[in-house]
Design a protein around this ligand. Structure first.
Ligand code: CO
Length: 259
């Protein structure tokens, strides 16, 4: 097989795998239509390539700053906690230009913050109480497959229970979402999901306790555009218990004013 053909087959395998994973969420669609035989999925050369790229990455960083990993291995002191979607197109550090050690990250499908999710809450607790981050950023993205699946009320199995949280957001803001037509409907629900999850962060005992003892923490709700790579501030910036309700009310008023 020629090099070119091999490359195409590898890409087809990757696309097919991604398609299998994300097609149910609307993330793949026609892009991932082809499916090669099963044995073609095993491609050790592609995995080995990741190690080569890792070596190159490490060497490039050490070339610029020889002590980088040595210093970083002793301590991390990020100023930011990022709560984002697992979507591979929204790599947290890269889109805000931060290096390893500068951003503490938690990601899940559709950047959901649930008060009974020990995984997310443990990350928030560690970030607030041990790392003493100054900012917590909830960053969603337009075209989110998880939000789309919730909007379309698709039956996907286990994940329906997770996406139920977004359907609750839809239900809570049905008027604002349903008054919008076409692709903007999904955009609106993606934004409202960020706003609600940012509110959830503000309402955690962890953040509220931190504010009560005078710790400075700002919570932010942002959304990322897959088409232009730009982040938009949704105006949900909260730095105290007192500012939660007025800020939330002001942000939501924009959606009501749109109608
Ligand atoms: Co997403």
């Amino acid at each position: 097989m020629s090099g070119q053909k091999q490359k195409i087959t590898r890409r087809a395998c990757l696309n097919d795998l991604l398609g299998l994973l994300w097609a149910p969420f609307g993330g793949g669609g026609n892009l991932f239509a082809t499916r090669p035989p099963r044995d073609q999925f095993i491609d050790m050369a592609e995995i080995k390539n990741l190690f080569i790229q890792n070596r190159n990455w490490s060497e490039e960083i050490r070339r610029k700053q020889p002590e980088f990993f040595e210093i970083l291995s002793k301590q991390q002191s990020p100023r930011y906690l990022w709560i984002g979607c697992s979507d591979s197109r929204v790599p947290a550090n890269e889109i805000v230009g931060l290096l390893p050690g500068e951003l503490f990250v938690h990601r899940n499908v559709a950047n959901v913050v649930v008060h009974s999710d020990l995984n997310c809450l443990s990350v928030v607790q560690y970030a607030v109480e041990a790392l003493k981050v100054e900012h917590i950023i909830v960053c969603g993205h337009y075209g989110c497959g998880g939000v789309q699946a919730a909007l379309e009320r698709r039956k996907l199995g286990l994940i329906d229970n997770w996406l139920r949280h977004i359907r609750d957001v839809h239900h809570k803001h049905a008027m604002a979402v349903e008054s919008v037509l076409g692709p903007a409907k999904l955009d609106t629900l993606c934004e409202l999901n960020v706003i609600e999850q940012t509110l959830n962060i503000c309402q955690t005992s962890i953040v509220q306790d931190a504010w009560a003892r005078g710790q400075k923490i700002q919570v932010h709700g942002w959304i990322y555009g897959l088409r232009d790579g730009l982040i938009k501030d949704l105006g949900m910036n909260v730095d105290s218990v007192e500012s939660i309700t007025p800020t939330y009310g002001k942000v939501l008023a924009r959606y009501h004013a749109k109608k």
